[in-house]
Design a protein around this ligand. Structure first.
Ligand code: GLA
Length: 383
């Protein structure tokens, strides 16, 4: 990928790039929608990701180009989010805007060429990979210093304030802190990041449903708001709670009727997920992979019945994976409303089982489920 990004840059801009950077996509292992609720979450960076090549220009233009899209030129002096077919530029341009606000000096604009090895729309967060790779590359050529946590926050800020997606820190945090064969654990309240070794001989399989809810962004924003509304009501009884994850399941149950059925289910998902992250962490420490797997299935079930962010295609994939002896557990990964299912398996789960499952899926829904066998890889880096 490094070479083809370099070549794309050379072909489009007629000179060598100054700097290349790579940032990975991510798997959300456990902790669904807990990040913007001040909770715990675990993910893994994958080997696949986004590579950018950048170089400074002599004027104040930013010129952007991907393998798949036409070149777009904008002025560094007028950074505005775009709508429509060029909406992809909001990720690098948003990062540029945040870096400038943070004091990065940009006397001239830049060229950027972008390539990806991530399946698009699979819920593996190509957006965070785009933000982080751009942030690393730009910081390098303009001489701005930041650590991994700061880069993760820069990416999130671009996404929240420029792209307009009210996400938490999961995607950017995992893309920054990924390590070979390790999970990234994030305590989103203190924004502290750590790594946990993955048990040997365990594997990740991604089954992309190839379905994307038409209103995925607004559905995400709706859940964000519902969590906020549930917290406001709960704070009347528990004034010290700063986020939903400060409330125990027992406390939550005492407020069921005040919350009403919908907000109660939303809050139950968040509180339950946070407990499951703790449970998975303990189970991983003693190598109890059955307990880990059961928590993954329980997470999916809670998405299905409490958070309403699953869809029948994802439920089908999880149910089918549950029948397989070599699968510890499976669940939807990421925001939901489409996207992918992650299966956590032993080494005996292989290509032929995965393909058979994908065929069953096609028979049921008339579309392919794209299969990806991947493992935990390193975080964002300059190349
Ligand atoms: C998306 C968001 C993340 C997180 C997950 C759900 O991936 O970008 O911040 O909220 O959904 O856990």
């Amino acid at each position: 990928m490094k070479n083809c990004t370099k070549e794309l840059y050379l072909e489009v801009f007629g000179e060598e790039a100054e700097q290349l950077a790579f940032a990975p996509g991510r798997i959300e292992f456990i902790g669904n929608h807990t990040d913007y609720n001040g909770g715990l979450v675990m993910g893994a960076a994958v080997k696949e990701g986004i590579t950018v090549a950048v170089g400074r220009r002599k004027d104040r233009t930013i010129s952007l180009r991907t393998e798949a899209s036409k070149r777009v030129d904008i002025s560094l002096d007028n950074l505005q989010p775009l709508q429509g077919k060029d909406v992809w530029i909001n990720y690098p341009v948003g990062v540029t805007n945040v870096l400038m606000d943070a004091g990065m000096d940009m006397p001239v604009g830049y060229n950027i060429a972008v390539t990806s090895t991530l399946p698009s729309g699979a819920g593996m967060s190509s957006s965070a990979a785009f933000e982080l790779s751009t942030a690393y590359a730009l910081a390098s050529i303009y001489g701005y210093e930041a650590d991994k946590a700061q880069f993760a926050r820069i990416g999130r800020k671009a996404e929240n304030e420029f792209v307009g997606m009210p996400c938490g820190i999961l995607d950017q945090g995992v893309s920054a802190f990924g390590e070979h064969n390790a999970l990234v654990r994030i305590d989103c309240k203190s924004e502290s990041f750590s790594n946990l070794a993955m048990p040997k001989g365990t594997h990740f399989w991604i089954f992309d449903s190839n379905v994307k809810h038409a209103l995925v962004d607004s559905a995400y924003a709706d859940r964000h708001k519902e969590c906020h509304d549930a917290l406001s009501i709960l704070q009347n009884t528990y004034p010290l709670a700063k986020s939903l994850t400060d409330i125990s399941e027992e406390q939550l149950r005492t407020c069921e009727s005040t919350l009403g059925p919908l907000l109660f289910r939303r809050a139950l998902h968040i509180v339950g997920e946070n407990d499951r992250v703790r449970l998975v962490e303990q189970a991983l420490q003693i190598n109890d992979l059955r307990a880990v797997g059961n928590a993954l299935y329980a997470s999916h079930e809670s998405s299905r019945v409490n958070f309403d962010n699953s869809i029948q295609q994802l439920d089908f994939l999880v149910d089918a994976l549950k029948q397989q002896p070599h699968v510890y557990g499976a669940r939807l990964t990421g925001g939901g409303f489409g996207g992918a299912v992650m299966a956590y398996t032993n080494a005996a789960f292989g290509e032929s089982l995965a393909n058979a499952l994908s065929l069953d899926y096609k028979e049921e829904f008339g579309i392919e489920a794209t299969v990806l066998h991947t493992s935990a890889g390193s975080g964002a880096t300059l190349l």
